[in-house]
Ligand binder design. Structure first.
Ligand code: 5RP
Length: 294
């Protein structure tokens, strides 16, 4: 998907109010056929430009108190003004986000295994659709583990969740999880996973960036958001963001590379500047430097 250049801005633009009647400037795939409620919820976090900056803070559901996310509220609060949605569990939401918040929430609804168990793949749906509705969420997210002993179970979880989501008007984000096997992240494998997720009916698919990522995007009928993965130097995380959106991703659902940054508020704005304001890596890196000094 081509991106048009716009004049660079000194600061990343904060989220604008939803303009659901405005057609997106960029193509937003696979949103029209699901009814107004689902489209409306999706439009809360997939912005009118067809892009999104999602903040992932769901790591504790299998990792426990991850570094810099020990007290989720401390990580989340300063970042809320700069994101298009927060991806978290209901435990983090209820304890760490004020109910007055207007930031859209994509609720992590799968889980089960922990990092000290035999496999991370043996996931189930742990939070019901009615809870996501009661919590006024804009989407639900769950993982599939393709190529593991639990692939069929997790893909069935996705199918069931999409069926419930379409009944409720709730978009479903499918995450092509790799567990501890980070080396699996290549275009052939991720192309397979993302295509399966789209075929089963996911409304948005979250995956990893890789060499040949444009082919992954091409083969997936749903919009793709990219996870950041383990912490990288900030400039490399900006490169990952830039390469992802120029290859056709709708944006990021990034966690550690934002809230484990030395300057999380500067980092989220630099990422936002790439995703929404067409900054290149040099411009975003410069912005990060300026904002880090503020
Ligand atoms: C794990 C997840 C995480 O939310 C995801 O990995 C995003 O966080 P990070 O950018 O830290 O990788 O979905 O399966």
């Amino acid at each position: 998907m081509a991106t048009s250049r716009r004049p660079s801005k000194a600061r990343a633009s904060p989220p604008e109010p939803a303009r659901i009647n405005s057609p997106p400037a960029r193509e937003v795939r696979n949103t029209g056929a699901h009814g107004w409620g689902l489209h409306n919820r999706l439009s809360r976090f997939l912005r009118p430009d067809g892009r999104t900056v999602m903040l992932a803070v769901d790591h504790g559901y299998f990792l426990g108190p991850t570094s810099r996310l020990e007290v989720p509220r401390r990580a989340v609060t300063p970042l809320l003004p700069y994101i298009d949605s927060l991806m978290c569990t209901r435990g983090v939401l209820r304890s760490s986000v004020p109910p007055e918040s207007t930031t859209p929430v994509v609720l992590r609804v799968s889980g089960g295994p922990s990092v000290v168990g035999p496999t991370l793949a043996d996931e189930h749906i742990t939070t019901a659709m009615k809870d996501a509705l009661r919590l006024n969420c804009s989407g639900v997210g769950m993982s599939i583990f393709v190529g593991t002993a639990h692939e069929s179970q997790t893909i069935r979880n996705l199918g069931d969740l999409v069926t419930e989501g379409e009944e409720a008007g709730m978009p479903v984000l499918a995450i092509t999880a790799v567990g501890k096997e980070l080396e699996k992240r290549d275009a052939r494998y991720l192309g397979l996973c993302t295509r399966i997720a789209a075929e089963i009916g996911a409304h948005v698919v979250k995956t990893y960036y890789c060499e040949g990522f444009d082919k992954v995007v091409e083969g997936c009928m749903a919009p793709i958001v990219v996870a950041g993965g383990p912490k990288l130097p900030e400039k490399e995380a900006l490169e990952l963001t830039y390469n992802s959106v120029t290859a056709g991703a709708a944006g990021v659902d990034m966690g550690r590379n934002i809230w484990q940054s030395e300057h999380p508020v500067a980092m989220v704005q630099a990422v936002r500047a790439i995703v929404h304001d067409d900054h290149d890596v040099k411009e975003a890196w410069q912005l990060y430097g300026e904002l880090s000094r503020d």
